[in-house]
Each structure stands twice: as C-alpha cells, then as structure tokens.
Ligand binder design. Structure first.
Ligand code: GCO
Length: 455
C-alpha cells in the first residue's frame, strides 16, 4: 500500500484553542470568552484568554511546522477578532494578524487552509439571537466577504464551518459547549437551517470575491458506524446507521447536515419525523445551501457506537484501548467513514482532523516520548490508505493538532499536539510523534508502514 504523490499532509488548529490575546488589539469577545468567564463550564475553570499565546508566538510556531516538514496548515479565523461586533466595524489589527500569519506560512512553504468558523461565535451577535436570528446567514456572509477580500490573494483553500454537529448539538441541544443551552427541536432545526444558509452564502461570496481560484469545502464531524464483519448485510447495516435520521440527537447526525449541501434537500425521514418542527424553508434557500463545493472535510477520531446490554459501547469492551479522551481506538473508522461518505456524496474526502489526546509530559531526558500516538497514527493512516486503494478518493490528512491546546470543556488537561506546550512558560517541545510525522511527510507516507520506526 502507498499514498498518492499529491496526497495532502498537514496539521490543524483553531483560533480560540491556541491564540489567546482574547481582548487584545481590538478583538471583540466571543461566546467562549464570555462563558469561560461565567465559570462552572470548563475543567478547573480554565479559559482561552492566553491559551498557547499563538497570537504573539505564531512565527515560532510556524518554524516548528517547518521543522516538521508540514506542507499544509489548517487554521481558523476568529470572527470577532476581525469584526468585533460580528458585523459592521472591521478591526484592521485583527486582519493584520492573520495577514502576517499567512505571509509567514507561505514564506516557509506552508499552504494555509482557512476555516471561517470554528465555534467562537461573536458575543454581540449571540446577544441578538445568534444562529436563531434569520439575519444570521447575512451576518456570516458579511464576515466571509471581509475575510476573503483581505486574504484570498494568498489563501485558496477555504472551509466554511467546522462541525455544526458539535457547535449546534453540544452548544444548543445537550448544553455541553458554549453557550450551554438546551433548546427544543424546532429551534435546533431552524438554527441548523440558518447555519446551512450561512455556509451556502459564504460559498457564493468566496466564488464571487476570491482573488485566487478557490477550493471550497467544510469540516464536519461524522458519526461513523463500522460493520461488525465484512458480510454484505453487516456493511449495509453500518451504512444505513451512518446516514439514519432520528428525532433524538438529529443535530449530531450526518445526513441532516450533509444531504442539504450535497443532495439538495434534507433527508426525507427528517420531514416525516420532525414534521412541524422542520425549518421554515423559503423559496431559493435549498439552492443557496447546495452551492457546489469541491471537497468533503471530515473530522474522524472514532467509530460511532451506542451502549450494549453489558454497558460498554458497541465499539468498546472491558479494558479496550482508549485515548485520554476516553474514546476507543478504532482505526477502521478511517476506512469506513471516508468510504461511506464518498459513496453517498461523491466528493473527494479530506480528513480535516484526526489525532489523539495522551497523557503526555516532559520526561527526565527532556523529551516527550509518546509511542502510543505513533502507533495510533500508523493504525489509522494504514486504514485510510486502504480506503484510498479500495476506490475512495482521499485528498489528504490533517493531524489534530500541531500544538497541545484548549480542549473546550476539558480545558488543557487533554493533550492532542505533536508539539508539547508548557503553559506556565509557553515552552514548546516537539514530541516523538512530531518527528514521526515529519518522516511520514518526508517519505510520502511510507513511514506509516514501518513497524520499527526509529526516528
Ligand atoms: C472537534 C474540534 C476540535 C477538537 C478536536 C478534539 O473536532 O471537536 O474541531 O476543536 O479540539 O476534535 O476534540
């Protein structure tokens, strides 16, 4: 097995999780700033006020990426750093930061891949009703236009939204993430519609105003069900479950979010099951939402599962391998997830996130030895390569994340990075897995198949 020569090898991050400078140089507050300060939502009362101080240390961080031979870097823009009130007044210092970051990436041979929205919704717009406000798609389109006009002379790869399943599902259904609300199905459905309209309007804006020919997608979470065995009926059952629609938790599901963009309408089961709670769909909405995109970005960490009679989830068992997040290690998720998505939607698949949180620390020799992360990456990447060899069009793989960072409600305990961050000193230390990934990139993926990688 081998990866294609044009395979995209990269890494990823998100503004709120690494930048810090939460109210510096004119930045407006976002809902994570506000709700972290409210207290009671994040482990140890932590917040993104400083995070990895990437706002001031981005040049050092880009040098780390260069040392690892990273060729593509997925970053997100902080909406309220650019538009402090979400609309209207532009904060030129905010744009200056991103312009300098993108220049530094390009000077170091690293292609920026920009996510417009990665959960850090402007507080001022939240206070106007947020995603429930019917004006919210136009707010997003206005923001997209400011970003595209400022950066698209150098940026050509755009992702509109990151994981609506999580920022709507966790933010407004189960209340685990900012703004920690639990709303009725009707509101969740209407918010979803506004998010999808926001995506579609942003695609139109990028296609209209981008100075460099754009490649456009999104970065979705995906409940990826995997078959119990290779019997056709088992595979079909996993496929069916992967695109099923159910009233409970529909905001977390794939077809709800992907069918409107890629098939032009909500799944028919949604109309049958939600009934009156379906969104109000105006004339032309579905045409806006289903603007053509160029790729399907998907963040896959584990296969989806539900608890069995014995209490363990379907993809787990007593003492099974788990990451620091408690997520079972299920490499075949990176075979079946991309395969099922490609079969249904026919778009090239970009793994916009995959990685693991580990109990990392600086060892007595001053290094960070994380053999479990190297093993994890080998297992998942071998499955991804197998999917490509079996006919799934796989564009690339972006490891989550370049740096240890703020893991939302889990705070800083959970370390996903290829680079260890000592938050007391902001000292960065490349982990063994970072050097492994350097060799994966340098060998075009061959190192993935080594059973004796020595670094
Ligand atoms: C996500 C988010 C990231 C997370 C990462 C680890 O996919 O949940 O995009 O911001 O930090 O996935 O949970």
């Amino acid at each position: 097995m081998k990866f294609s020569k044009d395979f995209i090898w990269g890494t990823a991050s998100a503004a709120y999780q690494i930048e810090g400078a939460y109210q510096e140089d004119g930045k407006g507050l976002n809902i994570w700033d506000a709700y972290c300060q409210e207290g009671g939502h994040v482990a140890h009362g932590e917040n993104g006020n400083v995070a990895c101080d990437h706002y001031h240390r981005f040049r050092e961080d880009v040098q780390l990426m260069r040392e690892l031979g990273v060729k593509h870097y997925r970053l997100s823009l902080s909406w309220s750093r650019i538009l402090p009130e979400g609309t209207g007044r532009v904060n030129e210092q905010g744009l200056k930061f991103y312009s300098e970051l993108i220049d530094t990436l390009l000077e170091n041979g690293i292609e920026p891949m920009v996510t417009l929205f990665h959960w850090d919704y402007p507080l001022a717009l939240h206070q106007k009703g947020g995603w429930l406000n019917p004006e919210s798609p136009d707010w997003f389109a206005e923001y997209a236009k400011v970003a595209v006009e400022a950066l698209s002379d150098r940026v050509s790869c755009w992702m509109t939204i990151n994981e609506p399943q999580v920022f709507i599902g966790c933010g407004y259904d189960i209340g685990k993430f900012a703004p920690f609300q639990t709303l009725p199905a009707r509101d969740l459905a209407q918010m979803s519609h506004h998010v999808l309209l926001s995506h579609g309007k942003a695609v139109q804006v990028i296609r209209t105003y981008a100075k460099k020919k754009p490649t456009i997608g999104f970065a979705y979470a995906t409940p990826c069900w995997t078959p119990e065995n290779t019997l056709p009926e088992s595979i079909e059952e996993a496929r069916r479950r992967s695109f099923a629609f159910s009233r409970k938790g529909f905001a977390f599901e794939t077809a709800w979010w992907a069918d409107p963009i890629l098939l032009g309408d909500y799944p028919k089961e949604a109309y049958e099951i939600l009934g009156e709670d379906m969104p109000r769909i105006a004339e032309g909405d579905m045409e806006i939402i289903s603007q053509p995109v160029d790729f399907y970005g998907v963040n896959i960490y584990e296969s989806k599962a539900v608890p069995k009679a014995d209490g363990y989830a379907e993809n787990a068992s007593m003492g099974c391998a788990r990451t620091q997040m408690g997520w079972p290690v299920t490499p075949d998720a990176l075979y079946w997830g991309p395969r099922f998505l490609y079969e249904r939607y026919g778009k090239p698949i970009l793994i916009s996130e995959n990685g693991m949180a580990g109990h990392d620390w600086i060892h007595l020799d001053g290094k960070v030895h994380d053999p479990y992360r190297i093993d994890y990456m080998k297992r998942y990447l071998r499955e991804l390569c197998r999917a490509a060899e079996d006919g799934t069009e796989v564009m690339g793989y972006l490891y989550w994340s370049i740096l240890d960072n703020f893991e939302w409600a889990d705070g800083y305990d959970k370390r996903f990075g290829l680079v260890y961050v000592d938050y007391a000193t902001q000292k960065r230390t490349i982990k063994d897995s970072g050097y492994f990934y350097r060799d994966v990139i340098a060998t075009g993926g061959e190192a993935v198949f080594s059973d004796t990688w020595e670094g």
